[in-house]
Design a protein around this ligand. Sequence first.
Ligand code: ATP
Ligand code: MG
Length: 598
Amino acid sequence: MTVAEVRKRYLDFFAQRGHAIIPSAPIVPENDPTTLFTSSGMQPLVPYLLGQPHPEGTRLADAQTSFRAEDIEEVGDNRHTTFFEMLGNWSLGDYGKKEEIPWLYEFLTRELLFPPEKLWVTCFEGDESLGISRDNESAEIWQSLGIPQERIRFYPARKNWWSRSGIPANMPTGEIGGPDTEVFYDFGTSHDPAFGETCHQNCDCGRFVEIGNAVFITYKKTIDGSFEKLAQQNVDFGGGLERLAFAAIANPDIFMIDVFDEARHVLETKSGQSYENAIATRSFRIILDHIRAAAFFIASGIRPSNTEQGYILRRLIRRSIREADKLGITEPVLAAVADGFGKAYEDAYPFVLASAAAIKDELEKEEAQFRKTLTQGLREFERMGQQIDAFILFTTYGFPVELTVEIAAERGISIDLRAVEQKMAEHQARSRASAAQKFAGGLADHAEQTIRYHTAHHLLLKALQMVLGPEVHQRGSNITSERLRIDFSYGQKMTDEQKTEVEKIVNEKIRESIPVLRTDMPKEEAEKLGAEHEFGATYPDTVSVYSVGPLDNAFSIEYCGGPHVANTSELGEGGKKFRIMKEEASSSGVRRIKAVLE
Ligand code: ATP
Ligand code: MG
């Protein structure tokens, strides 16, 4: 079954059940400067989920082109792409669980012909402290359809609750949310114990892949922190089209679906390597994903630049060029790869093929430019040894900072992003002062958000020590404008309760609006204060220390060069909340957390 067939069957199925089929919103959201890209089918529909009447009625369905920059590092596994289509159907105060779950089941088993035994599901386990009961109703509906109890598993809010602010505790008064039920396809591949002792729906080893998620928007948070049922209860279903399509061909590799065929073939021919060759697979996947996204971006009017969406596009293209280089492809190749996508989407998104000339032109320009400096830049990189200057590599050789960080990580070198940020900020200030053209530093445009993440990093480390014990210390870190990552010493997987507690502490400190202060002092004094320092680092006699709160009453004190926000309240601007996205093993005795402010 092809991607086009899955999309058509889905939209027809819901049209037959009274849904208006609405067009995909643009990949760059209209009238919303707070986000760069549309990242789900639900996103453009939020006003209607909040109660505004939709002109097309109370039953809607669509296929929404979506982009998730935060998944960029996941690309290379068997199921993540940055760009994908999300199939969605909505009930705006119309039908509920009793319709949604049986329809979903019918669509999967009768339209896509999934063998029922391949389907596993999850439901919300409830939270007594909030007065929200376990979602037995959804589980019973699944059972009545033939999904046995062993394939239904209950998870807490972290996995099976949706609200714009995450778990119930993080929701502000008036916010809406509710439990969800997720459907997983079992590819039946053997379990990889690196991901945990046993395999289950939410295990990341690749056997189970989430193909869809139905949210039952049922509750509103009241002023006293309790939850009341909404007058208009909504259903919001989102399922990855590509995920459904690779399940439909029962091939546990998302890049084997038909829309990638021609582009994959181009890469095989030009590199002389087969996709199945283990070393090449990851590079192939990155190029296939990134150039498909790039083709849609350029066709949508985005151009490579050093700011906003244009910077993300440049990052995708330049990262692809490096991967092509790794594959031994020395001639320009991206335009030919993109060509394959114009054809693959000729019927569903004719604007991509119609923009073929612009796509070719932009990719060729970018490839010619970056190929000129790539080899020299890599040579310069090697010459720098352990002292990698990402600022020079960006300004002189055009290496997006994230690319430098990635190359460094491959060689076990970590980069002081804070120092890069500072140089970028200074450079930006200088260019402003000379009234020269607007500074072209992608990072600088994201600098504010990166600085917030840096401060959140300090709050997080302290909160981890409070919850897990004082023996927890930092073992590594990596901060971008999209998220923060910390590696820390701790021997076990954190429980959901511990994660929730850590989030709570960090969000409390954000709410308390605590000043963040820098003090320079002799090293011995910092030691006496018990300032947190980096493992294995050596420091000069005078050190600078950042404290959250005044030194004599600080929440956290760390040796650190900055930069930081002036006050923790800046982390919560625009109603943002701190949230742990992932907690996993990094190496023996070291755990890794990825977290966001959103
Ligand atoms: P996962 O945990 O697998 O990364 P998710 O929980 O982030 O998925 P949702 O936010 O629930 O996904 O999005 C709804 C659906 O969109 C998912 O069920 C999945 O089918 C699809 N989807 C989400 N992220 C991706 C991605 N990076 N690539 C392809 N499909 C995706
Ligand atoms: Mg999900």
